[in-house]
Design a protein around this ligand. Structure first.
Ligand code: PHE
Length: 339
């Protein structure tokens, strides 16, 4: 038996391989679970005592030889396959490029931009860090006005004039300051409010506000525009306008869309009523026009603002607003087909 093992050592030493598969076959033959070495190790107990020493030495030698051979061959093959273009197989399929998914907020935002661009609205943007004038004062919310409490604001501690915008109405102020009517613009963007985080509200979320200013703009124009918008976006158009109050519009209303109560998610996000509040609207207060350098005797207009997160939750049956900002890939991956 010892002679047989010595033969195997010689065989292992002279072994050559062209491919990784051959090396693997060699490894299995010698070192695998059911390989030669394990067989010999199992034989060890049957070997006569005076031969045990020599037997042990040769099988250890065989083991080392086989192991070294596998290591060197593997290394050699690795080097040749990367260094030499001779092994480059141009017919192999390419590395797959993994596709990303658009975020549901972006999907919905783009859809809404599309809908309004079809009726002549452009898109305007502004800074998320705002000053008091653009977020409040110009919008008919002077200092100490109680309606400032409607939106819990994050202020910059060292400078009370600087804050995180609470709505994208601030962008509309900037737009009016720089453009004369006719104005038709929508302003999508992230806004911040110091609110407790729950399944339904977050301390930051996304709004899209619209502004239309021209001669003789009426409340009927506002209603029709909202009707068009909800029909295009949801495919169902039952809306209701509830009288409300905003300092920058007069009269003002809240916009509700009727969605129904078909699924558990519908139930959750509409608090069991079937109606979902998607935003506010109204006729722009003449004081706001004046503040922004537009002649309030000549022009009138309407404004509205909707919450993109709520709409995304409704359209994609998302039951918790926090999912929208947690960056969980298992959640985001589900929007691959919704580009
Ligand atoms: N800016 C208001 C808000 O964030 C929404 C709104 C916009 C209301 C335009 C009326 C007109 O709550």
């Amino acid at each position: 038996m010892i002679d047989k093992i010595k033969e195997l050592i010689a065989e292992a030493e002279s072994f050559k391989a062209q491919s990784k598969e051959e090396v693997e076959a060699f490894r299995i033959k010698y070192l695998g679970k059911k390989g030669l070495l394990n067989d010999y190790f199992a034989e060890f107990k049957n070997v006569a005592n005076e031969q045990k020493k020599e037997f042990g030495q040769v099988i250890n030698q065989l083991k080392n030889t086989a192991q070294n051979k596998v290591n060197t061959l593997k290394e050699e093959l690795e080097n040749t396959s990367t260094d030499s273009l001779g092994n480059l197989d141009l017919s192999r399929p390419g590395e797959p490029i993994t596709l990303g998914a658009r975020h549901p907020i972006s999907i919905v935002k783009n859809d809404i931009i599309d809908i309004f661009s079809r009726i002549g609205f452009n898109v305007s943007e502004g800074p998320e860090i705002e000053d008091d004038w653009h977020n409040f004062t110009a919008l008919n919310l002077p200092e100490y006005h109680p309606a400032r409490d409607m939106q819990d604001t994050f202020f910059i501690q060292t400078n009370p004039d600087i804050l995180l915008r609470t709505h994208t109405s601030s962008v509309q102020v900037r737009y009016m300051e720089n453009n004369q009517p006719p104005i038709r613009t929508i302003s999508p963007g992230r806004v911040y409010r110091n609110e407790a985080i729950s399944a339904r509200s977050h301390c930051f979320f996304h709004q899209l506000e619209g502004l239309y200013i021209d001669k003789d703009v009426s409340f009927a124009d506002l209603k029709q525009t909202l009707q068009y918008f909800t029909t295009e976006l949801f495919g169902k158009a039952k809306i209701r306008l509830r009288p409300s109050y905003f300092p920058f519009t007069e009269p003002s209303a809240e916009v509700d869309v009727y969605w129904g109560l078909e699924t558990e998610t519908d139930y959750k996000i509409t608090k069991g009523t079937g109606w979902l509040e998607i935003g506010g609207c109204g006729m722009v207060d003449p004081n706001v026009l004046t503040n922004c350098g537009i002649d309030a005797n000549e022009y009138s207009g309407f404004a509205f603002g909707v919450g993109i997160d709520r709409i995304a939750m409704l359209l994609h049956q998302i039951s918790d607003i926090r999912l929208l900002s947690e960056n969980d890939i298992r959640f985001l991956d589900q929007f691959k087909s919704a580009l």
